[in-house]
Ligand binder design. Structure first.
Ligand code: AMP
Length: 271
């Protein structure tokens, strides 16, 4: 991978990297589209990263769909797919982890201990393997994008971090590889997330800017959905993920599936 990237750079070509865990959908394609618009070369990495999953999480059953991914990517104008094995990423004896503090600590950091350490470590290794000029992440995983920005700055990676808007189903549900886990009733219940964000954005537009009140709007809508278990629902600063700001962030269990979504309440909710 690195040799290819260095050959492209020697020809003066810019390289854009889109890191993914596969089971690709239109959200991933929108990142690829953005990368194509700004770089001569687009690399998509596919790696289900074991160290970002906690012991009770879904690493073993996370959807792996290589044929579907290859199909989807065949028409997407991608120049290379980088799909390292777990043994290549973490050979026996591998013992180093990258830990970002501050922005990685609250919310997902509390709900999923060790998650961002796994993300930061794999992103560092992908950056080292691909040496991209730009890397593309989704606003869907807002805290992850903030962690990656911090990481790139702190470790002096000369890489521009681009964050792309969340792609949604027509009814508002944020696209996610994990939506495949949802049964029909759960799929309906999952609408509670985007619906809560839409209501909170409407309250914000109507002049309600108090975080506690906005949080109440979120919790009331989520509470009305019997299948939804709120893990967190907060209104935070989009860079630090500390209280005070206008980014509403949600993590909600729907049956056995944990879904996240977010929206900047100072903006109109799409759709
Ligand atoms: P994943 O394969 O779930 O790790 O996601 C790979 C990248 O795609 C991450 O940067 C995600 O934030 C991004 N992504 C996932 N879902 C969406 C979506 N619905 N819209 C935009 N980007 C997304």
């Amino acid at each position: 991978m690195l040799a290819a990237s260095r050959r492209w750079h020697a020809q003066g070509l810019k390289v854009g990297l889109v890191p993914t865990m596969g089971a690709l959908h239109a959200g991933h394609l929108s990142l690829i589209e953005a990368a194509r618009g700004e770089n001569a070369i687009v690399v998509v990495s596919i790696f289900v990263n074991p160290i970002q999953f906690g012991p009770g999480e879904d690493f073993a059953r996370y959807p792996r769909e290589p044929a579907h991914d290859a199909d989807l990517l065949s028409g997407a104008g991608v120049d290379a797919i980088y799909r390292p094995s777990v043994e290549v990423m973490y050979p026996a004896g591998s013992a180093t982890r990258v830990r970002v503090s501050g922005v990685a600590d609250p919310l997902e950091g509390v709900a999923r201990p060790g998650h961002f350490e796994g993300v930061a470590t794999v992103v560092t290794k992908l950056f080292t393997a691909v040496e991209p000029d730009r890397a593309y992440f989704g606003q869907k995983d807002a805290q992850q994008a903030a962690v990656v920005k911090r990481l790139a700055r702190d470790l002096d990676f000369p890489i521009e971090i681009r964050v792309c808007a969340t792609a949604r189903e027509a009814d508002g549900l944020a696209l996610s590889s994990r939506n495949a886990y949802l049964g029909p009733d759960e799929r309906k219940a999952a609408l509670a997330l985007s619906s809560a964000l839409r209501l909170a954005a409407a309250a914000h537009a109507a002049g309600e800017h108090r975080p506690e009140q906005l949080r109440k709007v979120l919790c009331e809508r989520l509470g009305a959905e019997p299948l939804a278990q709120v893990e967190y629902a907060e209104v935070v600063d989009p860079e630090t993920f500390r209280p005070r700001g206008s980014l509403a962030v949600l993590a909600v269990g729907i049956g056995k599936t944990s879904l996240i979504d977010n929206h900047d309440l100072s903006k109109v909710f799409p759709g």
